[in-house]
Design a protein around this ligand. Sequence first.
Ligand code: PGA
Length: 263
Amino acid sequence: MEIQTRIKFEGKMLVQPTPEVVLLATPEDVAQFAARRVIEQVSAKPSSVLTLPTGQTPVRMYELLIEAVNAGQLDLSQVILFNLDEYYPIRKDSPNSYARYMQDHLIEKAHIPLTHWHIPNGEAENVEQEAKQYDELLNQYSPVDLAVLGIGPGSTCHVGFNERGSSETSRTRYMTLDPETREVNAKLFNNPDEIPTGAITQGIANVLEAKDILLLATGPAKARGIQRTLYGPIGDDAPSTFLRYHPQTMIVVDAAAGALLPR
Ligand code: PGA
């Protein structure tokens, strides 16, 4: 496992945060930046393998990507997409499933062949087996060219659904959601009680195996997490800190999410 050797080596050597931090004014600026980065990636390599996030943060990025597709500036017909995570258990056609989210926000509108898009199956009977199969499929396409990520709310510092306690060697698996994650995400469900207790998520090691990582954060609820990610000790009490092991991590924030960063 070459990546693990590299991670350990760099873990010992790191003194300063390695990620490049891009501080922008508004959420719109962050979305524009992220969309440009994806367009650049896919223009350079039309068959790029991408890991993609769900959530509120990337919604505008997906709109911009669809605008680019419709304007003939972007062709997503050859890309291979892997989602970071999916609730478990959840019906694929639930309005809150990430499968539904992806179909609505990108797949259908960008005319992406369904065979090019992969997301853990929230309806799988055997969750361990589903996670293992997803991991194996992802490995077949590894290394991912670009992993676009969000960060969890408050002090969770999760990436994907790698909640506190996730190690840097974790791989795709079932994860029980952090109570703080459930509280925030439940607000997005028509009936907050219906939020699942768990998820299937790519692990931290899967994310770190990508060639390039782009983490997006907007709004004041992310400010402490971003500060912690960049300046706190690296550890499993804040899984996003493991991104500092990766030599090509870029963190793009708006003024509110970057408010606690030193100037
Ligand atoms: P958000 O979710 O974009 O809705 O804030 C990000 C996450 O929980 O990872």
